[in-house]
Write a protein that binds this ligand. Structure first.
Ligand code: ZN
Length: 338
């Protein structure tokens, strides 16, 4: 297996990639050990903050993932102004079946990776197990960001208490922003949502896991821009402030008010106004829209050219007919033959 696929790859913005791009699955319930036995002998490699479980054949990849986790952990700690303390276990699943077993079969078909905040685990697929045939560092960072946020949202930072489940718009938006993923920030998704009046409200985003992939893509994009808007409005520390306030209050509106002295519903209204003001016309840049426009323009041009030619021909015939009428008398009809 080629291990070099674990490298940062620029993401092509295209309508197709938006629809088929794969998302993370976040869950906060424990999967019992008996349900997870995939029948393989895991090898383990540990550092003070991480344990990585892998199959012997994936050892090189496991060490690279572990290096990435440690580097990204430091960056996330600096970004959030908080040093996570939990030990996180990362499973590098060599097949889709083993990924399904390890996650208790709860991950939808579009789930490319998963984080479990009840057991502080991350489940990744090796490139061989993935539909995309690659494991992106950004995917690893995204899952790690979820667990850092979960630790921030743990009540009173007592490590033996389960973290409160953050609102999904915030959790996904912050994880995308912290991991620097460009693939979910595409403004044309929002613009098309505005055009078709199909934007997803914050409360609805909580049901993201039941969405089909196109609607999930829109929900991820909205989540990312909502957290970006939140930082613009309340400052660079807004993510940590809200996550910690949520740890104390376990209620989105109370936490939002405690963190920013603003009602969450007012913020949501302001956010949707911001989207209408700034994203309305981005659909004009959408590849599929542009492709459709080119086809329509070609069809109209073809129609106009054909009509013009036909008219010119008609005029030529009319001129020829007029000329003949002036030069020749109409043929006489011999009625006696009938
Ligand atoms: Zn996620």
């Amino acid at each position: 297996m080629n291990q070099s696929v674990f490298a940062v790859r620029s993401w092509r913005f295209s309508f197709r990639s938006k629809i088929i791009s794969l998302f993370c699955f976040l869950f906060d319930f424990a999967i019992p050990a008996f349900a997870q036995n995939p029948g393989i002998a895991w090898h383990y490699h540990s550092t003070p903050r991480f344990v990585i479980a892998y199959r012997e054949a994936d050892k090189t990849l496991a060490i690279r993932v572990l290096d990435e986790l440690q580097q990204r952990q430091q960056q996330l700690a600096a970004q959030l102004g908080y040093q996570p303390q939990r030990v996180i276990t990362v499973f590098l699943c060599p097949t889709q079946q083993i990924f399904d077993r390890m996650t208790g079969g709860v991950v939808p078909h579009w789930g490319e990776a998963a984080a479990n905040t009840a057991q502080w685990r991350i489940f990744l697929k090796t490139p061989a197990a993935s539909d995309t045939r690659e494991l992106l560092p950004v995917t690893v960072t995204h899952e790690l960001a979820h667990l850092c946020l979960a630790e921030l949202a743990t009540p009173a930072q007592t490590l033996d208490v389960r973290p409160n489940a953050l609102p999904r718009w915030f959790n996904e938006g912050a994880a995308i922003l912290l991991s620097g993923e460009p693939r979910y920030s595409d403004p044309t998704l929002i613009s098309r949502g505005l055009l078709t009046n199909s934007l997803v409200e914050f409360d609805e985003i909580d049901d993201l896991l039941s969405f089909h992939s196109a609607r999930a893509g829109l929900a991820y994009a909205e989540s990312y821009h909502a957290v970006h808007f939140m930082i613009t409005r309340f400052g660079a520390d807004a993510v940590r402030q809200f996550a910690q306030a949520f740890g104390a209050h376990n209620d989105a509106r109370k936490a939002f008010h405690a963190a920013f002295n603003e009602d969450l519903w007012d913020f949501e209204v302001a956010y949707f106004d911001y989207l209408r003001q700034h994203f309305r016309w981005y659909f004009l840049l959408d590849e599929s829209f542009l492709f459709g426009m080119v086809i329509v323009i070609l069809l109209i041009a073809g129609f106009l050219i054909t009509r013009r030619r036909a008219r010119r021909k008609m005029k030529e015939w009319e001129k020829e007919d007029d000329g003949e009428e002036q030069e020749n008398f109409p043929p006489e009809v011999d009625e006696s033959k009938n």
